[in-house]
Every structure is written in C-alpha cells, then in structure tokens.
Ligand binder design. Structure first.
Ligand SMILES: [Zn+2]
Length: 349
C-alpha cells in the first residue's frame, strides 16, 4: 500500500512536501484517519490526501493509529518533511492543519492543538475526548446514579454466555414465563441468584413452545413491498427443523422467542444450565471498575493496578470500598491482593 501511495505522489507532484499530517475524521457512524501531504503555495499552504484509513478495516483504534503513523513517518522521512500527528491516542477531530498548529489553542488537559468549538454546549478550553473524560470522572467522583441489573445466562458457556440482560426483572423471558413470586423471593436483598435446573429449563422451553406455536398458526410468508424500506427487511429462522421467513422489525418478538427456544433446546440436549443473576443499585463506580478489570486487565489484576488506574479521580479507600462491595455481592473474587472477575460479574456489564 505504501509503495503505491509513494508512486502516486511522485507521478503527480515533483515538489517535496513541507509536512506530512495525520488527522481524524469522524461522524456518528464513521471514523477514519487521513494521511495528508502539506505543500507550500504562493498564497500559503495546501494539503493533498494520500490515504484514508478507515476504522472498519482495523481491529481497534490503536492499530488504525499505528498504521497511519507508520505511513506518515515513512513519507516524512523520505521527503525530509515534518511529521504532524497531533492526537494519536484519541480520535480528536478538532485538530488544526499543520500550518495553523503552532499558533493554535492547546487543550488545557492534554495540550493537543485544537480549533476551539463554537458550540454553546461544549467547553471551549478542552478537546472533545478530554471533555468526555472529565464528564466520566465527574460521574465517578459523585457516584450518585444507580441502576439495577439482571442477567440470564448459560453457566456452561465460557465465551459469550449472556442470553439476556436488563435493568428490570420484568423484561426477562425467564421472569415472564416462570413463577414470578418464586423468582422475586430470591431478589429481596441487594443481589440474588436463581438457578434454572434441567426441569425448570424444560418447563420454560415448553411454555415458549406453546406461545410460538400459537403465533405461527397465523403464519404467512411475508409479501415484500416493491420498495424495500429499512423496516421491511426479512430474516430466516429455523424452528423445529422448518425454515420461517420473518420481518426483522415487525416480527422481532417472535424471532426473540424462537432464538431463545432454540438455545434452551440445545442446552437441554447438552445438559447445560442457566442462571439468573441480579445486582441492585449498581453505581457508575462499580460499573467502571468491573469493566476495567474485565476488558483492560483481561479479567484479573492486582488491587494496586486498580487503585493506580483511578489515581486522580477517586481515592485509594474509595477504590478499596468498591472492590470489597463487588466481592461481597459475588462479582469479584479476591485473593492475595489480586482480584478476578466472576461469571456473575461478567454477565452484568
Ligand atoms: Zn484534550
């Protein structure tokens, strides 16, 4: 790719660039990094894009950023030009072009040169990623908002065991179809578990089966309108070895029931079990720490690593208190100054 880019530049322009710049471009569903050459002109400067690296072609933002940096630096070296990549770690799209960067305003928090926003709703002295970080830190400091979380998951599946997850019991299929009182009795305190053994799973499956059969009595193959809109897309699903074509949007409840039914049938055949886990009043702090241990530390780390990560935001004691609470409710295991996330912990984040 790099060879092709260089050949294109040589063919089109003999003039050497003053700088090579990497700048982010993004909107709601698009994130990319442009590698551009900056040329001096009679009037000032102009830029020429040599490559656009799209986020979708990479595993993560870090890989995308590293590839842009590799291309940019190689070009800069080749032309003996300045390399300018103002925000390699954050997708800050408000950075100015290289020739405006020296005089540009610098973000108060990360010192990245930025074009100050004219929005009434955003702070002018910091870049957008730092604004988000400040907001998140504020929420962690205050730690006021809480929500309840319930998950229904297959305890035998290590990878992706979560079947459903909700902030209230009422939204879960297991609650809708099994004995509500019996389930509620397990969630009187701050947290609870309700094990679904083979018999309960068969009962649940049978109830779903009755419901699905009733709906399918009225089944007709969807007639597609001439102009297919977003809402009229269809999907195929197998139920008791028969393939049904259903509207992805209008039939989503039925699709949900069938895919649950299929999962339970498989679990019954393979002697697997489900579990309903719930934790009430989970705070931003609980959620952030669980996510940090699960994603950043791959499920396990030293207590000190967690304390260090939240260094400027919450105190050592606050981190320790949160960890103790998470151990108490079964989301973490703690041993020899180490913490490890449990399946219950994983299932609610
Ligand atoms: Zn910043």
């Amino acid at each position: 790719m790099l060879k092709k880019i260089i050949q294109n530049i040589i063919r089109e322009n003999n003039k050497a660039p003053e700088a090579v710049q990497c700048l982010w471009y993004s909107d709601v569903n698009y994130l990319a990094l442009d590698v551009e050459l900056v040329f001096k002109t009679k009037k000032g400067y102009e830029k020429k894009r040599v490559s656009t690296l799209n986020y979708m072609d990479f595993e993560n933002q870090k890989e995308l950023s590293e590839e842009a940096e590799r291309i940019g630096k190689t070009l800069a070296k080749k032309y003996n030009a300045e390399f300018y990549f103002p925000s390699p770690n954050e997708w800050s799209r408000d950075c100015p072009d290289w020739w405006k960067s020296k005089k540009a305003f610098k973000c108060e928090d990360c010192e990245t040169p930025i074009i100050q926003t004219d929005s009434k709703y955003l702070p002018k002295k910091i870049c957008y990623p730092c604004h988000l970080k400040r907001e998140q830190n504020e929420r962690l400091k205050n730690d006021q908002t809480t929500e309840d979380r319930y998950s229904f998951y297959n305890i035998n599946l290590e990878e992706l065991p979560i079947l459903s997850y909700s902030t209230s019991l009422e939204n879960l299929i297991v609650y809708q179809y099994l004995d509500k009182k019996e389930i509620e009795n397990n969630f009187i305190g701050n947290f609870g578990t309700y094990n679904i053994d083979r018999n309960k799973l068969i009962e649940l499956k049978t109830k779903l089966e009755n419901e699905i059969d009733k709906i399918l009595l009225k089944y007709n193959k969807p007639e597609l309108p001439k102009r297919i809109s977003k809402l009229s897309g269809t999907t195929n699903i197998i139920y008791k070895k028969v393939k049904y074509e259903l509207f992805s949007h209008f039939d989503r409840n039925l699709i949900h029931l069938i895919s649950n039914y299929n999962d339970y049938q498989k679990a019954i055949n393979e002697e697997q079990q489900y579990k309903l886990f719930g934790l009430k009043e989970i705070t931003k702090r609980d959620d952030s720490i669980l996510r940090y241990i699960n994603y950043k530390c791959k499920g396990e780390c030293k207590v000190n690593e967690v304390i260090e990560n939240y260094n400027d935001v919450i105190s050592k004691n606050e981190v320790k208190e949160t960890l103790e609470r998470l151990v108490e409710v079964g989301c973490l295991l703690s041993q020899n100054n180490k913490v490890q996330i449990t399946s219950d912990g994983k299932s609610i984040i």
